[in-house]
Design a protein around this ligand. Sequence first.
Ligand code: UDP
Length: 399
Amino acid sequence: MTARLSPHSVRAVKTTPLRIAMLAPPWIEIPPAGYGGIEQVVDLLCRELVQRGHSVTLFAAPGTSSSATVRPLLDRPHPDAIGAALYEADHVALAFEAVDLAATAGVPFDVVHDHSGFTALAMADRIATPVLHTLHGPFTDDTSRFYARHGHKAAIVAISRGQLAKAPAGLTVSAVIPNPIDVGSWPLCRRKDDYLLWIGRMAADKGPHRAIDAARRAGRRLVLAGPIQPGQEGFFEREVRPRLDGERVQFVGEVGGVGKQELFARATALLMPIRWPEPFGMVMIEALACGTPVIAFPEGAASEIVIHGENGFLVKDEAEMAGAIAELGELDPGRCRASVSRYAADGIAARYELVYRELASQERIAGDPSAVVARRAAAPLTARRGDRPRAKASAMNAA
Ligand code: UDP
């Protein structure tokens, strides 16, 4: 499905509030107390969309609070079972029932905005309301096969150009809309303490062990922060714990709230020695909002977020990372913060609103009650891998 914008149709419906069903993952409450990048994104989007006058219903884990109308569906959050089919299917099925019920009751949603994983996209052609699916993960062999099969069932939004570039042939992406940040809620700190920061899931892809190597080579102190999620214990015990000394290399566990903000703000730099096509990377824009430069390997979205020599450095390995640490004095915290104004939450919500409106207007043209049938007919259920030479984004929103 291509959500190409017609300026004419947008002008006609510009001021009409939309009814938006926001479908968060079922794992972590919103806003997240600690770890939770997707939950941060959903929280900010809901807040901005409500401020823009829309009616937003947020289907999310219990414990969620938001200026949107919150509809928790499961009995409890499942932070230790992220990705479990049992909970995801349960959550999505209940949300789809509520969306269908609203339509039957004569108060249909204009759009379902899905952030919840794979189930909702795979089943998106089974409900009458159009679905917009934000791609939060990377394209691997397996996920590429999945998106080639099911991607036509919803409008798709990518979160970086790097992510889009790896999309499978035949997948149409409506727009590239990066993740948002509320820049003003992060403290700008110009006087830094003498430590480098690594923060994230304790996964090899994210490179905590490489951050240790780089900091050691540079002779600088490193603080590591983040949760050890199920399945990451072995990596932590093998690659990280033996190198901790509680002084030069310190692990502080999962952080949140004001403590997390301070940790970002007072760090000399954030180290991102990633070895995977990271689709976005919230920690980079959070550090930059605090005036903390980022030194990253040029993987995934890192080379879009980090502007070499302006808000950080792009380096190829641990040795170059150590060298770049010595150059950090050249970078101005104010310019680091300014570099994330392009991710300001109000602007990002406005871009999503355009996609919602286009989807809603396509649906009106398709006409109820045959909209589902029309969508199924337009998009065969078999994989379309290879239909087109490569994935494409419609022109409207490439970041
Ligand atoms: N985070 C946190 N506490 C931690 C580690 C991470 O609050 O101890 C947050 C971090 O600030 C960011 C999110 O979790 O908002 C991680 O998102 P990111 O996109 O960087 O990583 P991913 O989604 O790939 O895990």
